[in-house]
Write a protein of this length. Structure first.
Length: 190
């Protein structure tokens, strides 16, 4: 496996993290702080780097047990988060976003849960790193760096979308999560 292939793996693994970041920025725009914003690129890249390393170290033994259920786990987490967003929207439909009051409960804990959900596939990818012609630490570092850069771009894109679409942006975020949930379920079944 070449360095170019590892970069491409990093891009593919980070796509869900980018979509989640955009959804977060559009859905939780009123409670977003700099710490919460930057927790996304940091958390997603950390988990996208650590999970392949764990997969590599544990080898096919663990991957064979996890592989059949990874998509179902991811589906469940994304579905849970999408339903939570929709319920929050419906519950607070008539409330106005104020400076001193966050209308959505967005926490770093949610980001970590999302980071775990989006990096489960990376655990299985770690097994494929056995064929590397260079250090596995370089490979996982590249995957983490690619994820950090792309999620940072998604962060700024998501903030712009949140401003453009206003109150409808929350629904966009929920539908992105639902779409990711359906995608994971379809991949699990087929």
């Amino acid at each position: 496996m070449s360095l170019i292939e590892v970069i491409l793996i990093g891009v593919v693994l980070s796509i869900d993290a980018c979509a989640i970041t955009i959804a977060n920025c559009t859905t939780y725009k009123c409670s977003m702080t700099k710490l919460k914003e930057w927790s996304m690129p940091v958390s997603f890249s950390l988990f996208q780097g650590v999970m392949p390393l764990i997969g590599f170290l544990l080898g096919s033994l663990v991957a064979n047990y996890i592989r059949p259920i990874t998509k179902f786990i991811t589906t469940g987490i994304f579905l849970f988060l999408a339903v939570k967003i929709i319920l929050d929207i419906l519950k607070e439909q008539n409330e106005v976003c104020e400076v001193n009051k966050s209308n959505k409960s967005f926490t770093v804990g949610i980001v970590i849960l999302q980071a775990v959900a989006t990096s489960i596939d990376a655990l299985a990818v770690g097994v494929t790193l056995i064929d590397l012609t260079f250090s596995v630490f370089l490979a996982v570092g590249v995957i983490a760096l690619v994820t950090f850069v792309l999620v940072t771009v998604a962060l700024f894109f998501g903030k712009t979308l949140g401003k453009l679409f206003g109150k409808y942006a929350e629904w966009v975020g929920a539908f992105i999560l639902l779409a990711l949930s359906i995608k994971s379920l379809i991949e699990a079944i087929f």
